[in-house]
Ligand binder design. Structure first.
Ligand code: FAD
Ligand code: SF4
Length: 313
């Protein structure tokens, strides 16, 4: 690991000030992804800004019946929160499907949304990777691509986003609240938060340099049955090959698919047209799989069918 300077922020405004004073600095929350990346020198920040003592660790009811989640709320606490379990079951289930108990005790709401891809070449600094070194090439295209994207990729990158929580946040239409380095604030719809690779795979989110996530807000609860189903190589402690978050109430269904793209994938038109077949057909129509990950299309259809059957029961 390269040497770095350590700063401890006292509140969100202080964190924004420190980010503004130290361009290229990284915020550190749970550190469960950032520190791993620093150890293999994928990330080499000269400055770390510790945001663990800035507050933002509460879950509060909103006047409209929604929920406001602090950026530093740990995954364990969010999954176990009474209202999350009762009113946003899909989120609780997605969180508990991720990582391990120890990791969830450290991992934070914002850090989870911002975790980096698990593409093996991204972590291997001896291999070309456009996401790590823009313009260097993509080793996965023509290489090992089994776990990678089947939709939304580009000729420059076919990485997936690994978060389970983000898939549930997408089906719930969460909003991300931020403070920029200049102190101004804004709200970003989760649908617009993660970016597809296009020609700039290193640009992964709508965040600007030094922009801090302060909260994630959920709209008032949606009626219906909430289900999250994750399919992976091992029964636990593995990232999703395909996952499906669904909320079904009568003929109304909302579905987000994980493990297939650089962001949670939603196809609202297909949701209105029908169930698993309609959504599976729409996914297949957009898909550009490699030979190694073509199986994800069948897996997605089967996971959609099983999830929607369970949610409709
Ligand atoms: C072995 C292992 C297995 C795992 N399995 C799964 C799994 O199955 N499913 C899953 O979803 N995840 C899994 N994870 C990933 C884990 O969920 C993430 O590492 C964790 O959620 C990241 O949160 P953190 O608070 O530790 O982030 P950090 O590592 O502290 O930060 C991650 C990134 O977010 C930035 N950041 C953090 N907070 C903020 C903020 N408030 N504003 C702006 N930027 C911020 C940091 O600068 C950094 O770039 C696994 C991780 C490991 C190590
Ligand atoms: S898929 Fe993306 S992350 Fe993986 S090697 Fe290619 S550019 Fe890098």
């Amino acid at each position: 690991m390269r040497p770095f300077d350590y700063h401890r922020a006292t509140d969100a405004a202080d964190a924004a000030r420190l980010a503004s004073a130290h361009p290229g600095a990284r915020f550190i929350a749970g550190g469960t992804n950032l520190l791993d990346l620093m150890k293999v020198q994928v990330e080499q920040p000269a400055q770390l800004i510790d945001i663990n003592r800035i507050g933002l660790d509460r879950i509060e009811d909103e006047d409209d019946g929604g929920l406001r989640i602090g950026a530093l709320v740990r995954n364990t606490d969010l999954a176990a929160h009474d209202r999350v379990r009762t009113d946003y079951g899909v989120l609780s289930r997605a969180l508990l499907a991720g990582a391990s108990g120890q990791l969830r005790n450290k991992a934070t709401t914002a850090g989870n949304l911002l975790q980096r891809t698990r593409c093996p070449y991204f972590y291997d600094v001896s291999k070309p990777c456009n996401k790590r070194v823009p313009g260097s090439g993509c080793s996965a295209i023509g290489g090992m691509s089994r776990g990678l994207a089947i939709v939304g990729g580009s000729e420059h990158c076919i990485a997936t986003h690994p978060s389970d929580m983000a898939v549930a946040m997408r089906v719930l239409d969460a909003r991300v609240e931020t403070v920029r380095a200049d102190g101004s604030t804004r709200t970003i719809a989760i649908a617009d938060f993660h970016q597809l690779p296009g020609e700039t795979p290193h640009v992964e989110t709508a965040l600007e340099a030094g922009e801090l996530i302060t909260h994630v807000t959920l709209p008032p609860p949606l009626p219906g049955r909430h289900v999250y189903r994750k399919v992976r190589d091992r029964a636990s402690y593995a990232f999703a090959l395909v996952s499906v978050a669904a909320i079904v109430s009568g003929d109304d269904r909302r579905v987000a698919i994980g493990g297939v793209a650089a962001k949670p994938w939603r196809m609202e038109e297909a949701e209105k047209r029908g169930g698993a077949d309609a959504i599976g057909d729409a996914l297949e129509a957009e898909a550009r799989p490699t030979e190694q990950n073509r199986f994800k299309l069948t897996l997605a259809r089967r996971t959609l069918a099983a999830t929607l059957t369970e949610a409709s029961a």
